[in-house]
Write a protein that binds this ligand. Structure first.
Ligand code: GTP
Ligand code: NA
Ligand code: MG
Length: 387
């Protein structure tokens, strides 16, 4: 059945991998931004979301991928979620992978599969999520010559024999490492049934090589699945206060529609928070939700989107939990219980642990970061009490 592009749901694509593999830098390259250099220690500490309209992706891929009919890629856009690769943030990674329909697993070609690559891989396997491997930092191969405006396949063919040999050697090692994890992978342009393997796209976040192919493959793979809208469901990923707007939360709307004036329930530090959406804001397309700036106001928003919600009483909302919409026929108490269940138990038990009131004081910019930090301080190797 032919469906209109508007009725299709945009895929949510999670970008995962070991710390410093280049996840944020790849996104920076696609957006034309420079978030990565502004991060503390160059480490991503929260989940970020960026919406790319399909039109924009077509525009970017047209030149490189000219042999296909781009109109066939029927999606309104792509919501990309950036996740932290540092070992302390496994909860955020797991939450990110919960949300996504498809993923990009970033592997540093100089390092191969690392600890959090494998952790990410296991999350994806567990949820049966399709993914594409970005074999990043190809520009670091000794003697790599940048070839702009060409497909990666040709860019590799144009390299010197030494570079091609090193590339092949590292690629083969990485394919073997994937095999050890029980997965069949190969270069995206190599022959064979693409349904029976995971594609590897060599990329460079510095030169931009391989990125059009990566974007195109994500959309093509999603179009094949051709998913249509599911019932209302949304999920909250981040809480933060934005000056001048009062308290806001950042959410990822996975399915359905949110309206201004909707009654919502979110999980809070001191119990469920029942409130009413005052405004629905989105960043401009191609801009990151976690970057402050000007926002677009909406009366209603259809999935998929990264959204900033303003409402009263959100000061103590908890991150990485669901957000529930209360419809007139719903039992509010039941929804309140649901909102509290998933996440609060673990947070509360952690913070009420007895430290005798002595220990370090923990301060972080977001609740997600503070949770990661609290977890880290508790690990046996570290074991630092928190006052
Ligand atoms: P976390 O979010 O902290 O897990 O890291 P990340 O995966 O987002 O990596 P990030 O984008 O912070 O990049 C880490 C470092 O690698 C930065 O110094 C980047 O400039 C560098 N880098 C990323 N991609 C490339 C690439 O393709 N080539 C080269 N040469 N350097 C890169
Ligand atoms: Na980093
Ligand atoms: Mg990052």
């Amino acid at each position: 059945k032919d469906v209109s592009e508007e009725s299709l749901r945009s895929p949510i694509c999670c970008i995962m991998g070991h710390v410093d593999a280049g996840k944020t830098k790849l996104l920076d390259r696609i957006r034309g931004t420079n978030l990565q250099e502004g991060e503390a220690g160059g480490i991503t500490q929260q989940i970020g979301a960026t919406y790319f309209p399909a039109e924009n992706i077509r525009e970017r891929t047209k030149e490189i991928i000219s042999h296909v009919d781009h109109a066939k890629l029927k999606v309104p856009g792509l919501l990309v979620i950036d996740t932290p690769g540092h070992e302390s943030f496994s909860k955020l990674r797991s939450h990110g992978s919960d949300l996504c329909d498809i993923a990009i697993l970033v592997v540093d070609i100089m390092h191969g599969l690392e600890r959090q690559t494998i952790e990410s891989l296991n999350l994806l396997k567990m949820r049966n999520t399709d993914f594409i491997v970005a074999l990043n930092k190809v520009d670091r191969l000794y003697g790599w010559k940048t070839c702009r405006h060409t497909q990666m396949k040709e860019a590799i063919e144009q390299q010197s024999k030494d570079v091609r040999n090193e590339f092949r050697m590292r690629l083969d090692q990485i394919i073997t490492q994937f095999k050890e994890q029980g997965l069949n992978t190969d270069l995206y342009y190599s022959k064979g049934n693409i349904r029976e393997r995971y594609s590897i796209v060599p990329t460079s976040a510095i030169t931009g090589e391989g990125i059009p192919e990566l974007l195109w493959l994500i959309l093509a793979q999603w179009t094949r699945k051709n998913k249509v809208e599911k019932p209302t469901y949304s999920d909250q990923v981040q809480v933060e206060v934005v000056e001048g707007l009062g308290t806001t939360i950042d959410v990822v709307l996975v399915n359905g529609v949110l309206h201004g004036g909707d009654r919502i329930v979110v999980c809070g530090k001191q119990g469920p928070i029942v409130t009413t959406i005052r405004s629905l804001l989105t960043p401009h397309p191609m801009k990151e939700l976690r970057v402050e700036g000007t926002y677009l106001h909406h009366k209603e928003i259809k999935a998929v989107q990264g959204i900033k919600i303003t409402a009263q009483g959100l000061e103590h909302a908890s991150t990485a939990t669901g957000l529930y919409v209360v419809r007139p026929q719903d039992d509010l108490e039941e929804i309140e219980e649901k909102a509290m269940e998933d996440h609060m138990k673990s947070v509360m038990s952690r913070s009420t642990e007895k430290s005798g009131g002595e220990g370090v004081c923990v301060q972080a910019s977001t609740l997600g970061s503070s949770e990661a930090l609290l977890d880290f301080l508790k690990t046996p190797e570290v074991n630092i009490p928190v006052s």
